[in-house]
Design a protein around this ligand. Structure first.
Ligand code: SF4
Length: 318
């Protein structure tokens, strides 16, 4: 494998970490599908509000230790609002999806953004979705969560990953199942939806630990059934990414070569395209086909398909 790209040489850092507030707005003429018509009739656009993530979740390609050349940068509120206004005025956009690795990732960022969103009365004309973090939202007081809802926050995407405390510690997630339940209830009570990401088949994960994740997904569906904000689950099979802490741990065991860990192959979970529930996520269904924990790969995929079907059926019924 080649050496990672590096901006470490003096005088070259601007290539990888330019002033994020001096960059021009995204030229949407080059994006054929963005903005796009959303299911609810709004015109929607993707936005990036920040670059990089300070956390170090063991499996994640965006983990801070896997990206030594990335300088974490957050756009100023007036810069973000300027792009939102331009998208509204030029394209009629009234819904935004902040697709950053982690947008609502620090209390200071949340407070600064929400102050500006309130002044600009964003919720009078727009709704928005964002990535966030359970531990940060767990520390947020009721007034902060109220403010997020009042400013048009429609859905937060949260990495939950596992329902088992040991696995959460193993992957350095810095959250607990109790924190997960509390945050999702508090968001949902305020009408804010949650998209939770889960991973099955972590290295060292036992069958009982995997069952804890499956149970937690179902519990969170039931918890939010009676509340205004909906919870939906997006479930994936674990796969190793080069440069991540998990990759280093796996290589250090001596059981795997880099070639084995990189041998990604497509996995068809759609039943030859017949299963509607599994369509639309084909691009995420790739795997190296190795059993890393105590659960055979076929069992991991069976649970993944079951949860995805249940989620799909809930959406159809809702
Ligand atoms: S999973 Fe989320 S919080 Fe963790 S390192 Fe990746 S982007 Fe950051």
């Amino acid at each position: 494998m080649g050496a990672p790209v590096s901006g470490g040489r003096s005088g070259t850092g601007h290539h990888l970490a330019p002033d994020i507030n001096a960059l021009p707005y995204v030229d949407r003429r080059f994006l054929a599908h963005d903005p796009y018509p959303a299911e609810d009739g709004r015109t929607e656009a993707n936005m990036v509000g920040a670059r990089g993530c300070p956390y170090d979740c063991s499996f994640c390609g965006a983990a801070v230790s896997a990206n030594p050349d990335i300088t974490i940068r957050v756009r100023k509120p007036d810069n973000i609002l300027g792009e939102m206004h331009e998208l509204r005025d030029c394209h009629g956009v009234t819904a935004f999806r902040f697709v950053d690795d982690l947008f609502l990732g620090a209390r200071r960022v949340i407070e600064t953004m929400m102050k500006a969103f309130t002044v600009e009365k964003v919720s009078d004309w727009a709704v928005w979705d964002a990535t966030g973090r359970i531990n940060v939202l767990h520390r947020a007081n009721d007034a902060t969560l109220d403010r997020l809802a009042d400013n048009g926050l429609r859905e937060v995407a949260l990495g939950i990953e596992s329902g088992n405390p040991r696995v959460l510690r193993y992957i350095d997630k810095r959250i607990t199942p109790a924190m997960i339940r509390t945050v999702i209830r508090r968001l949902s009570e305020r009408g804010i939806g949650v998209k939770g990401y889960f991973i099955l088949g972590f290295p060292s994960e036992s069958a009982d630990e995997l069952d804890d994740t499956v149970s937690l997904v179902r519990e969170l569906w039931h918890l939010t059934d009676r509340l205004p904000g909906r919870f939906r689950a997006s479930v994936f099979e674990f796969r190793p990414y080069p440069g991540t802490p998990e990759w280093s741990r796996l290589v250090a065991t001596g059981r795997y070569t880099a070639e084995q860990l990189l041998a990604y192959g497509a996995v068809d979970l759609t039943g030859d395209g017949l299963d509607d529930a599994m369509r639309g996520r084909d691009e995420f269904n790739f795997s190296v086909g190795i059993q890393f924990g105590g659960v055979p790969v076929d069992d991991v995929r069976r649970h993944l398909v079951e949860l995805s079907r249940e989620q799909h059926d809930r959406r159809v019924v809702a």
